[in-house]
Write a protein that binds this ligand. Structure first.
Ligand code: TXA
Ligand code: MG
Length: 353
């Protein structure tokens, strides 16, 4: 049985935090909200506890976990060498959705790092995560609290749907604020490299570090060679997601063609879009599920709503979901990355100005 306890996301009550912390100290797993997505935590120093995360999620052992810390002052416990840029990055972005890859301390079990000599660390900003780390007084390894490969949970009901019966406790702090995962920044390479774009933008990192590279993301055809942080199809709904790599207006003729063909074949269709694009599709509203995620200038709302929309479309049995990429700036980079990984099919259209 999985217990769900409501908790105030701003002023978390002491009792549920103590319950969850006691479970963590006893080597159990607990799901809890962070500012990005819900995590499934376990004592990062206990290989048997961490094993329970992999079992609950059906996660393959080659995919390493992020270790969550209460604050910068916990870093020496888990990291062997603090890269010269870390103090500045921590001062600016911690607590917050930035994960750093750094050389690990031997005390971190291989199970956490998939045997790598590095460890991923972040200090989450969510008050529930902060309170839990303080009460447990332990570094907590926590991947997103979903079945491996599926979209990350942004509300407690998503966690329950994926992990119900497999974990003892979910702290329900309501919807998460950012909706996509943290940015994973590798500081062990000669130039700091974003392995996974996320809640902290490339532009914000560049303002501190100067040059920042973006790791080339593998295409679906490269699935055979998984590399940590760079898995190809991931965050994927059950529906066949078709991503147009172009603006909505450029994609419109091709999109309409695909939608008509799919409707003719009797398939249930959904389109994810921005509010400004709705008028161009209103004629389809009786036949197609039109989901507005945000206004064009509000990417945070888009990222908050994205995973819930994908899960909801799976719930209603959508066969095909269509969506266009956003400009690759700010949170758009992370959103486009998740859309690409969620896609079963990517259609690139030539860009015209
Ligand atoms: O926002 C987040 O980061 C959420 C919340 C719960 O904190 N966590 C999360 O964890 O997204 P997970 O396990 O779903 O994603 C961790 C990512 C994976 O892409 C993993 O391959 C990468 O971080 N990673 C972990 N350790 C690594 C390492 N030592 N080197 C390279 N990549 C690493
Ligand atoms: Mg995940």
């Amino acid at each position: 049985m999985t217990e769900i306890i409501q908790i105030d996301p701003i002023h978390p009550q002491k009792d549920p935090i103590e319950r969850a912390a006691a479970l963590l100290r006893a080597g159990q797993v607990v799901a809890f909200p962070t500012e990005t997505v819900y995590g499934l935590g376990a004592n990062a120093l206990d290989a048997d506890a961490v094993e329970k995360i992999f079992l609950a999620k059906d996660r393959p052992a080659y995919d390493p976990l992020i270790v969550h810390l209460k604050g910068y002052e916990w870093l020496p416990q888990v990291v062997r060498e603090v890269h010269p840029n870390v103090p500045q990055l921590a001062a600016r972005f911690w607590p917050g959705p930035l994960t750093l890859i750094l050389p690990r301390q031997p005390v971190i079990p291989d199970r956490v790092t998939a045997g790598l000599d590095t460890v991923a660390v972040r200090v989450p900003a969510h008050p529930v995560a902060q309170a839990l780390l303080a009460a447990a007084d332990l570094p907590v390894a926590a991947p997103s609290a979903n079945r491996f490969g599926y979209t990350s949970p942004t509300i407690a009901a998503h966690v329950l749907a994926d992990l119900g019966g497999r974990i003892p406790l979910i702290l329900d702090g309501g919807p998460t604020q950012i909706g996509v995962e943290s940015t994973v920044l590798d500081l062990t390479r000669p130039v700091p490299t974003i392995l996974r774009p996320g809640g902290i933008t490339r532009e914000a990192l560049e303002s501190v570090l100067g040059q920042v590279e973006l790791a080339r993301q593998p295409g679906p055809e490269e699935a055979a060679q998984p590399s940590p942080g760079l898995l190809p199809r991931h965050y994927a709904p059950h529906a066949h997601l078709v991503l147009f790599r172009s603006s909505f207006s450029q994609a419109l003729p091709a999109l309409r063609g695909r939608v008509q063909a799919a409707l003719a074949a009797g398939r249930k269709i959904a389109i994810l879009l921005q509010e400004e694009d709705l008028p161009a599709l209103l004629d389809l509203r009786q036949k197609v599920e039109l989901r507005v995620l945000s206004r064009r200038d509000d990417l945070l709302t888009f990222s908050q709503n994205l995973y819930a929309a994908l899960r909801d479309l799976d719930q209603i049995g959508a066969d095909e979901v269509f969506v266009c990429t956003l400009p690759d700036t700010g949170l758009g980079l992370a959103i486009n990355n998740r859309l690409t990984k969620a896609a079963a099919e990517v259609i690139s259209l030539p860009h015209t100005i």
